[in-house]
Design a protein around this ligand. Structure first.
Ligand code: 5GP
Length: 205
């Protein structure tokens, strides 16, 4: 069986990664989304084990010591976020495609460990649109919004390290584009070695 695809999606806070991933899942229910661990507080409407596994700093540090993460980062200078390794490995081995919605630093760590993953950067149509979206969300203090905006600005410098850039202007278009990327990536010759070997060996099914 072929290993599932690892799809890494990054983009600044407020760009709409969460909504895009949810829409993508509606279209491709077979996709698996990795649930990250974080030390940040739970927001209204979030559920343990669905949005995140919410951990104390000590618990998170214990997971680091146990080598439980594929990658982890400290974001916004105060909170840890990490991708539990076991789930990703398990799903990929079952042949399932897995999505990681992680920040740029995390994506770069994954790139080192899993160079065959697909890296997609979701960008806003403009930085002013991003600021409006961050303010409009109303979940953070003005200082926190500014911190997220500054981080977003720095993240833009990393776009060149990604395989694809998708602009989230019209949501449906962005989802369609990511869907097309996944389809194309699954058709890559390097990802279809078993089929090719069978054909080349003349196997009659
Ligand atoms: P939020 O606090 O808004 O849920 O997420 C803040 C940032 O953390 C987002 O850019 C999100 O992509 C990133 N993030 C979420 N989970 C992980 C993770 O497991 N690893 C890394 N490196 N970043 C993550």
């Amino acid at each position: 069986m072929h290993k599932g695809l690892l799809i890494v999606i990054s983009g600044p806070s407020g760009v709409g990664k969460g909504v895009i991933c949810r829409c993508l899942l509606n279209q491709r229910p077979e996709l698996k989304v990795s649930v990250s661990a974080t030390t940040r507080a739970m927001r209204e409407g979030e559920t343990e084990g669905v949005n995140y596994f919410f951990k104390s700093k000590d618990e998170f540090k214990r997971m680091i010591a146990d080598n439980a993460f594929l990658e982890y980062t400290e974001i916004f200078g105060s909170h840890y976020y990490g991708t539990p390794h076991a789930y990703v490995q398990e799903q990929q081995c079952l042949g399932n495609d897995v999505i990681l919605e992680i920040d740029v630093q995390g994506a770069m760590s994954v790139k080192k460990r899993c160079p065959d993953a697909v890296f997609i950067f979701i960008a806003p149509p403009s930085m002013s649109t991003l600021r409006c979206r961050l303010v409009g969300r109303g979940t953070e203090s003005p200082e926190a919004v500014q911190r997220r905006f500054d981080t977003a600005f720095k993240e833009m410098k990393w776009i060149g390290e990604y395989d694809y850039i998708v602009v989230n202007d019209v949501l449906e278009d962005a989802v369609k584009q990511i869907d097309s990327i996944v389809t194309a990536e699954k058709l890559r010759v390097q990802r279809n070695e078993i089929l090719i070997q069978r054909l080349q060996e003349g196997e009659m099914l």
